[in-house]
Design a protein. Structure first.
Ligand SMILES: [Zn+2]
Ligand SMILES: [Zn+2]
Length: 320
């Protein structure tokens, strides 16, 4: 197996906190206006309760090579590999940026999670980097792209911030985490694109087990093929939503967001064995609206054998 060049950079979150009230207020205004434009304004409907997430500890006893993926909602996943636990883009809050209300409650509380090896954050947008959620998690390494630390407040419990640029890796014991390309927007507030290198995908490797977390990304065939050249990916965690939007919105957003169809193209191009669709069914569309759209795309691509469309709170196990 090949991998990206190694080059660690560790920063201390206490050194890099900068956040202005002005930009926070601007962010809320921008998020609210964009949400309104896209027809996804907040509503007062009660949260739909999910199935309670059962942490899959028993899977490791049966088969140490199994990979478990538990969907907490949106881009938040608990990934278990060989007794190690990783949490992606933790989002446990009821609203994105205090504006967009979630449609399905989180299926597990942060305090119920197993001891984490690391928290991986893909980028700074409010639905992926949520400070109240980070404050509810323990002091474990926070792995981020280099443009993120500037957004982190001083009072986070995570004292070790590992900032990795594309193809840089961080290794601890038998765990290696590598930043991989994503096609998405820099910055946190939609207008602050000057915060370069603030979005990424991640590859987690433990021995010959490999999981790709795409974060938010558009479909770029060459990026997917480069992943295939460098890694032998077992499981791809790839965004498919918001699904079911008007065609002009899909085309307008194609550079930065996969649709269900282009997400499946991305999955196929990476050569991954299995895929779990993410980034749908939680915030942007009514509960239950997107799943049939995602399943129809999977059927159109004849990928039912490889793609597992989870319910929020569901765990699936991948083994050869
Ligand atoms: Zn985003
Ligand atoms: Zn997102």
């Amino acid at each position: 197996m090949t991998a990206g060049r190694s080059g660690d950079r560790v920063t201390n979150s206490a050194l890099v906190a900068r956040r202005s009230t002005f930009t926070s207020g601007l962010a809320l205004a921008v998020v609210a206006s964009v949400a309104t434009a896209l027809g996804v304004a907040a509503c007062g409907a009660p949260l739909r309760p999910p199935m309670h997430l059962q942490v899959p500890a028993g899977e490791f006893n049966d088969d140490p090579d199994a990979i478990t993926v538990s969907w907490i909602g949106h881009a938040t996943l608990l990934v278990g590999i060989r007794g190690h636990w990783f949490l992606t883009d933790p989002m446990f809050s009821d609203r994105i940026a205090g504006v967009l209300k979630r449609k399905v409650a989180p299926p597990i509380a942060p305090s119920e999670l197993p001891p984490l090896d690391a928290i991986l954050v893909s980028h700074a947008h409010f639905d992926h980097l949520d400070m109240p959620s980070l404050r509810r998690l323990s002091d474990v390494p926070l792995v981020v792209p280099p443009g993120i630390p500037t957004f982190l407040p001083r009072d986070l419990p995570q004292h070790q911030v590992v900032a990795l640029d594309t193809w840089q890796s961080w290794t601890r014991g038998d765990v290696r985490i590598t930043a991989v390309p994503a096609a998405h927007g820099d910055g946190r507030y939609l207008l602050d694109r000057w915060h370069k290198h603030s979005h990424t995908g991640w590859v987690i490797e433990i021995g010959d087990r490999t999981v790709y977390f795409a974060g938010d990304t558009g479909y770029v065939a060459e990026q997917a093929r480069e992943l295939r050249r460098r890694f032998r990916i077992d499981v791809g965690l790839i965004p498919v939503g918001p699904a079911g939007r008007a065609g002009w919105v899909e085309r307008w957003r194609a550079d930065v967001h996969t649709s269900p169809d282009t997400a499946l193209d991305l999955f196929s191009d990476t050569g991954a064995q299995w895929m779990v669709p993410i980034h749908f069914g939680t915030f942007f569309q009514p509960a239950g609206f997107e799943r049939p759209i995602v399943e129809a795309a999977v059927a159109r691509h004849h990928l039912e054998h490889a793609v597992r469309v989870l319910a929020i709170g569901e765990t699936t196990t991948f083994r050869y």
